[in-house]
Design a binder for this molecule. Structure first.
Ligand SMILES: [Zn+2]
Ligand SMILES: [Zn+2]
Length: 316
């Protein structure tokens, strides 16, 4: 079968690879759409978490071997530790991700543990289904922040995660959501989704600040623009440096929370967020051109907010 293989730092190739053979308790999924994540564009250049050779892809949906439309929850866990027992399996010490620690969705077919294949509501297209995983990350961040009606919210970064955080906050009753990014294309997408303000900087103070970039600059902004007693949630991982003003955090009783992953309920419930959402910023491309598309995204020569790979992009 055809697969996009991460072969070495900064290098990806389309390869003909053996078909996956599902083990006991696994199902074969014929992939219909798989999202390319910012973490993969970064990870392909800085291997460590992702080790080549690897078929990446953790945001995907497809048809199971018996014809069911399925959505893949890529988080695998041990299932018997205390965190797994408390519904926090995304924090399991033995956590592994499909598309990181085992082959993922940038291929015609992939074998996954049966429990990872969730039913896909028939009102979601394949393209929309591929956005459920990042949407689950946004829902989780909002829940961690205890975001709710009337809150003033800022979202730093309008990539897919940032836009989905905007959607989540609006769906959660936020009073007004302001966003920042450097890309006019991304800011325009945010305005179409209902951002009250979309520009390159923040001006006010917010109850909740969501950092969907993860640079030293955005981390500093997330503390600076948080009202006293507010909360910042960090999802971005662009840079190592923390960057924020620690004394200001203490004096203003501010908070910073890390967010990574989602509960099973948040994953399954994230489908609702995408119902009737404007996803014109999600663009499917042919899997056969995957190496070229991935490389152009990595080098900044192609800039859809969210690119998907699909064997039949016209039907995704
Ligand atoms: Zn992702
Ligand atoms: Zn566990």
């Amino acid at each position: 079968m055809m697969a996009l293989v991460f072969t070495a730092p900064g290098e990806l190739e389309m390869r003909d690879v053996p078909d996956p053979e599902p083990a006991d308790g696994e199902v074969l999924v014929h992939v219909r759409a798989a999202g390319i994540c910012g973490s993969e564009l970064h990870g392909a250049r800085h291997p460590g978490f992702r080790v080549p050779p690897l078929i990446m892809g953790h945001e995907f949906a497809g048809l199971s071997d018996n014809g069911d439309r399925v959505l893949i929850n890529p988080i695998l866990s041990c299932g018997h530790c205390s965190l797994c027992g408390r519904g926090l399996r995304y924090l399991c010490a033995d956590r592994a991700l499909i598309g990181v620690h085992r082959p993922g969705g940038f291929a015609e077919r992939v074998a996954v543990p049966a429990g990872a294949a969730r039913p896909l509501p028939d009102w979601l297209s394949w393209s929309e289904a591929a956005v459920v995983e990042p949407a689950a990350n946004a829902v989780h961040a909002w829940n961690l922040a205890r975001g709710g009606p009337g809150h003033r919210v800022a979202v730093l970064g309008c990539g897919a995660i940032g836009l989905l955080c905007l959607l989540t906050a609006l769906a959660g009753g936020a009073d007004q959501v302001e966003v920042t990014d450097l890309s006019p294309v991304r800011l325009a997408a945010a305005r179409r989704l209902g951002a009250a303000a979309a520009g390159t900087t923040l001006t006010g103070e917010y109850d909740v600040v969501i950092d969907a970039v993860g640079s030293a600059v955005t981390r500093a902004l997330s503390v600076q623009h948080q009202r006293p007693g507010g909360v910042a949630v960090w999802l971005g991982l662009a840079e190592q440096a923390a960057g924020f003003d620690a004394p200001a955090l203490v004096r203003g009783e501010k908070s910073v929370l890390g967010s990574f992953g989602y509960t099973d309920d948040e994953f399954d419930g994230a489908t609702a967020l995408l119902r009737d959402a404007n996803l014109s910023w999600v663009v499917p491309y042919p899997l056969a051109a995957g190496a070229q598309i991935f490389t152009e995204l990595m080098n900044g020569r192609l800039d859809p907010v969210k690119a998907l790979l699909s064997p039949e992009p016209g039907r995704a």
